[in-house]
Design a protein around this ligand. Structure first.
Ligand code: FAD
Length: 317
């Protein structure tokens, strides 16, 4: 079922979470082990991230370095099909522009349609780790909105490079990303919201936010969106802190701020077990406040680890 319908029909706020495909060579059972403890909370959907290729370097005896391109976490499409088949839960694949030609993207969408996947989260994706900025494929999409147009066209039966009027269209419900603290490349918040609105006007059905640790950022973001005429559901994304290192890693990777009270509490912890406890308590407080605000769904970035998210769900749902 389309997420917008799931949200419309829901009698209470929904629970959902995001997982990562296993590293290449790991069993999918590791993923099932991370999903199963969360099934009792009736997840409305499970997001599955998409990972672009990375470069790895190999030393040769002659002193030369050889560069290889590899996708470390393949399998998003297959995992979505496995989740739907095994748990009868909606699985939402993330689709990214980076690393894909338009034809490859379309093939993936056709596979997803055949597999009964009805929801996709369309994203641009980040730059390759060793490259400073995002570079689209020569025949790929540049921004998430270009990929969004592609999915909207498919929904209307217009396939890439085909002029056939009687095609059967796909029927995807389309999600996009939103940034309560601004996307790091946007020159300012206003411009970022302007591009977000463009995506909604082009047919995006709902927004999932980047993680945030200060609810006021989300409240302000929703207010601005509504003032600008963005009226689709805005699902907050929450991540429980689990290690001290994340105090520097999360701001550097996700370009977000961590509130002083949280940082102080984490700095006082002697072990990562204590940090995880602080992280869970913080996320429970955030979740309860967001529920009072009236969010349609609480979405957790589990990183394919269920322990912290399970404790939060026990405290909230
Ligand atoms: P866009 O909407 O294309 O925006 C990128 C930047 O360009 C922004 O600064 C925006 O303001 C600007 N912009 C947008 N449109 C235009 C335009 N027409 N002209 C000029 N500027 C424009 N990454 C992955 O690789 N895999 C994942 O699975 C994944 N999942 C994610 C899930 C969520 C919920 C979120 C929030 C992020 C996720 N990301 C993922 C990261 C995401 O791909 C990056 O944040 C990426 O840098 C931006 O993606 P976007 O879809 O917001 O891009």
């Amino acid at each position: 079922m389309k997420l917008t319908e799931v949200i419309k029909n829901a009698k209470k706020p929904l629970f959902s979470f995001e997982i990562l495909p296993p590293l290449k060579g790991e069993s999918i059972n590791h993923l099932f082990d991370a999903i199963e403890p969360l099934i009792e909370f009736n997840p409305a959907f499970i997001d599955v991230t998409y990972h672009r290729e990375e470069y790895i370097y190999k030393n040769h005896p002659n002193g030369l370095l050889q560069r290889y391109s590899t996708r470390k976490r393949p399998g998003t499409v297959g995992i979505c099909a496995a989740i739907i088949n095994k748990y009868k839960i909606e699985a939402v694949p993330h689709l990214i522009c980076g690393g894909f030609s338009k034809e490859e993207t379309e093939d993936a969408l056709i596979d997803l349609d055949y597999l009964g996947v009805e929801n996709v989260l369309v994203l641009r994706g980040d730059a390759i780790k060793s490259e400073g900025s995002f570079v689209p494929e020569p025949n790929g999409h540049n921004y998430a909105i270009d990929l969004l147009h592609h999915v909207v066209n498919l929904n209307q039966g217009h396939y890439w490079g085909q002029e056939k009027p009687d095609n059967t269209g796909t029927n995807f419900c389309i999600g996009i990303a939103g940034y309560p603290e601004k996307h790091f490349e946007a020159p300012n918040f206003k411009k970022d919201i302007y591009y977000l609105k463009q995506k909604v006007d082009a047919g995006a059905n709902y927004i999932v936010t980047q993680m945030f640790f200060d609810n006021q950022k989300y409240f302000d973001f929703v207010k601005t969106c509504r003032e600008e005429g963005i009226n689709v559901p805005i699902i907050p994304g929450l991540k429980p802190l689990t290690t001290k290192k994340q105090l520097s890693i999360l701001p550097s990777i996700f370009h977000i701020d961590l509130p002083s009270d949280l940082v102080d509490a984490v700095e006082k912890c002697k072990t990562n077990q204590e940090v995880a406890q602080v992280g869970v308590e913080w996320a429970i407080q955030q979740s309860k406040e967001l529920l009072n605000f009236g969010v349609p769904c609480l979405h957790y970035y589990s990183m394919s680890k269920s322990e912290a998210v399970k404790k939060i769900a026990q405290g909230v749902f």
